[in-house]
Write a protein that binds this ligand. Structure first.
Ligand SMILES: [Zn+2]
Length: 349
């Protein structure tokens, strides 16, 4: 048995699972997303370079990826700190920070935020999508990638002694690239060695979540300790959703607060509203999946912060929980989704 067994690993060290409290399982506190910049529509060039102001907030909410400065969440550490203090006041305990190699993970900032706010923060090991893999990463063998991921959990990442407490979000595109397949296999091998939680970012296709799970499964990964992120924008048909749910991963609805018409990364997607997300949660609970559900906001751009007119990290606790309760989800089920399920996922075997 390792020293991590039965514990949760935060950026400040190991803690008891019962200390976590209410947990957002997919957020970012500092990252940069230039990798995914989308050129503005013709005629919107001025908006795309203008400073963020009240009068362009709505444009920004509809076009968050077309404003380069909006993609630099790493410039907002002071605002994020304030938000985390509000999150604690609202009853929040823990944030799983999913920033991996490729989107500017910054472990010293995460550690400082955890110290300054009292919120437990868990950091993520591994790699984001192929478009952010360096040439060096692409050349690595599965064994080499496994060694790096294991080391990020056991010893610390990015030249620091700050240890990651989960593997992921591991990025995949659609179709899944060769380099991403190697990272998925390395993730499964590292998980087998460490008994740790894993979280996956699927490509934007309804077949993508199952394909990623199959690759992990074939490489020996523990699917019951794996989270599939972003189901809100991935699988829409209820029958297909139940088919996927049978594979046994945690099912994460993590785009709460994001309501936009034209989802630029996949225009075929009708991004659900928060009300529709709550309806899907109620449906999955009715189908017997209350022990598998997780929720979060996946804040990754400036416009989602309250400083810029966004919903902030407390939106679920302040607005979504009352909505869940008013739509037939019980307090006990809410507590499972926010406290018990994250706790079981995050505890090392
Ligand atoms: Zn994310």
């Amino acid at each position: 048995m390792s020293e991590r067994s039965g514990k949760v690993q935060t950026v400040l060290g190991l803690i008891e699972p019962d200390q976590l409290g209410r947990t957002m399982t997919h957020e970012h506190l500092t990252m940069a997303f230039e990798c995914c910049h989308v050129p503005p529509a013709p005629g919107d060039e001025d908006l795309a370079t203008a400073p963020i102001k009240m009068k362009n907030i709505h444009w920004l909410q509809q076009n968050p990826y077309s404003h380069k400065e909006n993609l630099l969440l790493n410039q907002e550490t002071e605002a994020v700190k304030e938000e985390l203090l509000c999150y604690r006041k609202a009853g929040g305990g823990t944030i799983v920070e999913n920033t991996t190699t490729g989107i500017h993970r910054n472990l010293p900032v995460l550690r400082q935020l955890a110290k300054d706010t009292g919120v437990h923060v868990l950091a993520g090991a591994g790699y984001y999508v192929d478009a952010t893999h360096s040439d060096e990463t692409k050349k690595m063998t599965v064994e080499k990638l496994t060694d790096i991921i294991v080391s990020e959990v056991l010893h610390g990442a990015d030249g620091t002694d700050i240890r990651c407490g989960v593997i992921g979000e591991i990025g995949t595109s659609w179709p899944i690239t060769e380099s991403e397949k190697k990272v998925l296999r390395a993730t499964a091998h590292a998980q087998t060695h460490l008994g740790c939680p894993v979280i996956i970012h699927p490509g934007r296709n309804k077949a993508a979540p199952a394909e990623a799970i199959r690759i992990l499964q074939e490489a020996g990964g523990d699917i019951s300790k794996t989270v599939m992120s972003h189901l809100d924008r991935s699988i829409f048909d209820h029958g297909e959703l139940l088919e996927f749910a049978k594979m046994g991963s945690y099912l994460e609805y993590d785009l709460f607060g994001t309501e936009m018409l034209n989802y630029t990364f996949n225009l075929d997607v009708d991004m659900p509203s928060d009300s529709q997300r709550v309806q899907i949660l109620a449906f999955l609970i009715k189908e017997g999946y209350e022990d598998r559900l997780l929720i979060a906001h996946d804040i990754h751009t400036k416009n989602r912060l309250t400083k810029y007119g966004g919903h902030g990290y407390s939106h679920i606790l302040k607005n979504i929980v009352p909505k869940m309760l008013s739509r037939g989800i019980t307090q006990n089920q809410v507590d499972k989704i926010l406290i018990d399920n994250p706790k079981h996922w995050l505890t090392f075997k």
